[in-house]
Design a protein around this ligand. Structure first.
Ligand code: GLC
Length: 719
């Protein structure tokens, strides 16, 4: 339809139709009788069956046949036959599940991220989905928060690059294409700063911190053309995001020029009553309408109160029309008025889901997301003739896909299956009882350490340990980040038996692994890697893939250190050298994390030399410095290195981080191969938010290049 036709359609719609377009309900609301929804019965929302005919979208319904039927029924009921939008939480794949976003962040591979998102789009579009509530672009610094698993990590630049890659992958050049879906970035904004890592908790950060760190990736999503933004549950400046004009009117739309649709998170408008900013649903609706929340997800205050608000002159009908126009324009961009079923295809669905190419991509992504944290004495890769023991609750577990995974079966994803496929000589197994979930009241595995004697004749033991995926993601905050007691006991016992121990950690967050590090000769952070987890882990353990992952989020020494992140400020009393009194340090713990952002080992060894930083002003692209460095692979094993460029603005009008990632590049280096890698440092990279605007200030800068945020060559330059 033309924009003119869209505006004519808008003008012909009743107020109820308009308010229905602005309301999203779960698929079970589209039954014929009053059905119970996830947050209570329809009548609790004061929703009438006839209201259902007006609803504009639904979420997390799947299946080409089902969605085609739902669309047909809905359009027959809707007075202007306006099609539904089908939205879903496709966070890291639909059927072919790839690694959780925190793990994908460790790949530092934006091309891979884009490929994986495009795959997710193909599998989603063919099943009838039009839009995904992804990427989650929340910057995260607190592993107590279960939702760190959904984020690309703690750095603004890595987050931004991975976020824009995901948006490109989902949307391509045209969201109306049968194999593409629209992208809704979330949760705007600053949800990752929830106090104490407790989900849905207060966020209270300065505007400067918000803009310098937390908004960067959302802005990247907008610049990449994301079709939708989702509000977050938290407050910003003590106003809930869903009713926050500063966030939605000022920053998102006026400053960034976002003209897409804004949707609230699940019942977030209703929750403004609990927040204590709205006395009732009517006031909550007014807040949200004034802030510009176009679609209300899973509460019905627009439908129930907007007419009254308009009649009482408290809300202008123009706000409604503005919101509905954006919604209709999105449906038009999706091509739904011409083809309301879009890419839904029951026959193609079967051939696209879990196809060979997708499984291969998932396996490649999984291997690239693995981070080798320790490899004492080069224990890995496994010796071909090693007699291998297998232990731990994740030794043979299907619970390795990660949260938000709608996959049907995961038998092939187990570590045992991966090792078997590789022909690893597993001579014994012990204490492999699968991990239960704290969400279901199970706090540990049974103490079967007595069984470990069965592994006495093994040369090496692979121990699959970690946390249950249900104890990660939404509503999964923890105050203890250690492995469960009996898992720690198992690792210690294996060590005491004189076994070489390879710990493979399955988690959705950095865990507190300092207590078990001495018991492990090698530690592989395997996150939740999706449908090809086991085969990919075996690819790395057996040396078919040389691990190249680098941490997207710091691992704390202890939860008492949290939040611990690399791009921190120096303070007025920095800890320099040995800890002593009256400087910023702890009595009982170093300041540094156990493993820092950007860290990861390989089977290769890379050596950096010859850092060169030259002034090279180029008004065209804003270049101010040309940086180059030599990187040599001094080992016999070819590998992929992620070369990271950081800056430190030594003196500025506001306090600046001790270092900030500004660019990274990946190079493949053959055995004993050396390459020179170059970077351009632009004015934008050297600029920052000075509490009023983004500015560049002349002065001294340290330019750092290296293997991680801790292993860097440094040069100082004055601009
Ligand atoms: C949830 C999550 C959000 C998700 C939405 C729809 O509460 O906060 O990330 O997209 O509801 O499922």
């Amino acid at each position: 339809m033309t924009d003119k036709q869209i505006r004519e359609l808008l003008a012909s719609m009743s107020l109820e139709e308009k308010l229905g377009e602005m309301t999203q309900m779960a698929p079970n609301f589209f039954g014929t009788e009053d059905s119970v929804d996830l947050t209570g019965p329809m009548k609790q929302m004061n929703l009438r069956s006839e209201d259902v005919a007006y609803l504009g979208s639904t979420l997390n319904a799947f299946g080409a046949e089902k969605l085609i039927q739902m669309q047909k029924e809905h359009m027959a009921r809707q007075p202007h036959h306006i099609p539904l939008m089908f939205m879903a939480d496709v966070i890291h794949g639909l059927k072919t599940i790839y690694p959780i976003p925190l793990a994908m962040g460790c790949s530092f591979d934006t091309g891979l991220m884009e490929e994986a998102a495009a795959m997710a789009a193909r599998e989603s579009a063919v099943t009838g989905v039009h839009l995904t509530f992804s990427p989650m672009a929340d910057l995260v610094r607190d592993p107590r928060w279960g939702r760190v698993m959904e984020s690309p990590g703690e750095d603004p630049v890595l987050n931004a690059r991975m976020t824009e890659a995901a948006v490109r992958g989902y949307q391509g050049d045209d969201i109306a294409a049968p194999d593409r879906i629209a992208s809704c970035f979330k949760h705007f904004g600053g949800y990752g700063a929830s106090e104490a890592g407790r989900d849905y908790n207060t966020v209270d950060i300065s505007d400067g911190t918000l803009r310098e760190f937390y908004l960067t990736a959302y802005k990247a999503a907008v610049d990449a053309g994301a079709a939708m933004a989702m509000t977050s549950f938290n407050t910003i400046d003590r106003i809930p995001a869903s009713g926050n004009k500063k966030m939605f009117r000022k920053i998102l739309r006026e400053e960034w020029g976002f003209d897409g649709v804004a949707i609230t998170d699940f019942s977030a408008i209703h929750e403004m009553i609990a927040h204590g900013i709205a006395a009732d649903g009517k006031e909550a609706a007014r807040y949200a309408l004034e802030a510009g929340a176009d679609i209300e997800m899973m509460s019905a205050h627009y439908l129930n109160y907007a007419r009254e608000l308009i009649e009482e002159g408290k809300v202008d009908i123009g706000l409604i029309d503005e919101a509905v126009l954006r919604i209709l324009q999105l449906k038009n961009k999706l091509g739904l008025f011409e083809n309301p079923f879009k890419g839904a295809d029951p026959d193609k669905e079967k051939e696209v889901h879990l196809c060979k190419e997708h499984l291969e991509l998932a396996r490649r992504a999984a291997a690239r997301s693995i981070v080798l944290l320790k490899n004492e004495g080069g224990l890995l890769p496994l010796a071909k003739d090693a007699k291998v023991g297998l232990a731990g609750p994740f030794a043979d577990s299907v619970d390795v896909l990660g949260g938000w995974a709608f996959a049907d079966s995961a038998e092939r994803a187990t570590l045992l299956n991966g090792l078997k496929e590789h022909g690893v000589n597993i001579t014994a197994t012990a204490m492999t009882q699968r991990m239960g979930a704290m969400q279901r009241g199970i706090m540990d595995v049974e103490d079967q350490t007595a069984e470990l004697t069965a592994l006495a004749d093994c040369d090496v033991v692979i121990a699959g340990v970690g946390e249950h995926p249900e104890d990660t993601g939404e509503s999964a905050s923890k105050t203890v980040l250690r492995l469960s007691h009996n898992q720690e006991k198992m690792l210690e016992r294996l060590h005491d038996m004189g076994k070489k121990v390879i710990a493979v950690i399955f988690s959705g967050r950095p865990m507190e692994i300092r207590p078990v590090l001495p018991f492990c000769d090698a530690v592989v952070q395997a996150w939740f890697l999706g449908i090809e987890a086991g085969p990919a882990i075996a690819d790395v353990l057996c040396g078919d893939v040389n691990p190249s992952g680098r941490l997207s989020m710091s691992f704390p020494q202890t939860v008492g250190q949290v939040p611990v992140y690399y791009n921190h400020m120096n303070t007025g009393r920095p800890l320099a050298g040995k800890p002593h009194r009256f400087v910023s340090c702890y009595l009982d713990c170093p300041n540094e994390p156990l493993f820092p952002f950007g860290y990861g080992l390989s089977y290769s060894e890379y050596r950096y030399s010859g850092l060169s930083v030259e002034k090279a002003v180029d008004a065209e692209d804003g270049t101010m410095l040309k940086v180059s460095v030599d990187v040599e692979n001094v080992s016999d094993v070819a590998g992929r290195e992620t070369i990271q460029l950081y800056i430190h603005d030594v003196v500025a009008s506001v306090v600046r981080p001790v270092k900030e990632l500004k660019d990274f590049v990946q190079v493949d280096l053959g055995a004993h191969e050396k390459k020179t890698v170059s970077f351009k440092v632009t004015r934008e990279m050297l600029s920052y938010w000075n509490n009023q605007a983004r500015v560049f200030e002349p002065g001294d800068f340290e330019i750092m290049v290296g293997h991680s945020s801790e292993e860097l060559l440094t040069a100082r330059v004055t601009l």
